[in-house]
Design a protein around this ligand. Structure first.
Ligand code: ZN
Length: 134
């Protein structure tokens, strides 16, 4: 029922899609170097904004940056090695485009679901199902 309502709303609001897309802004990562570790201070804000699990984003950052990472007791991400803010921001950008934004309608109203054993991106706004970006 709720899903149908969202579909109706999405159709009603079709002319606004471009405007809504341009308004989806992800916070810039706040980076602090701590010895040989790069701390992402606002990791929780990123996860909240992207509506993804901590572990999903952390795993992606580890793969993108080719390093080990962990989440500390304050919810910050700790990446082993020194990474510039721009590098981390680029990885978050990639994640947003490949794992959050719907490639069909450009909205971030998506979920990662299991389809025949593979993770796919399902859009709650337009119903599209697409592969995850890399
Ligand atoms: Zn969509």
């Amino acid at each position: 029922m709720e899903y149908d309502d969202m579909l109706d709303r999405a159709i009603d609001e079709t002319p606004d899609i471009e405007e809504r897309e341009s308004r989806f802004e992800v916070p810039d990562p706040e980076i602090r170097q701590e010895g040989n570790v790069t701390v992402v201070e606002n990791f929780q804000a990123l996860v909240d904004r992207l509506n993804r699990s901590e572990s999903a984003l952390l795993r992606y950052l580890q793969e993108e940056l080719g390093t080990a990472a962990a989440i500390d007791e304050s919810g910050r991400a700790r990446l082993t090695g020194g990474f510039k803010r721009r590098r981390v921001a680029a990885a978050v950008d990639e994640y947003t485009r490949g794992h959050v934004i719907c490639s069909e309608c450009g909205l971030p109203d998506t979920r990662i679901v299991d389809q025949n054993g593979a993770d796919v991106l399902k859009c709650d706004a337009c119903g599209a199902i697409g592969g995850l970006g890399t």
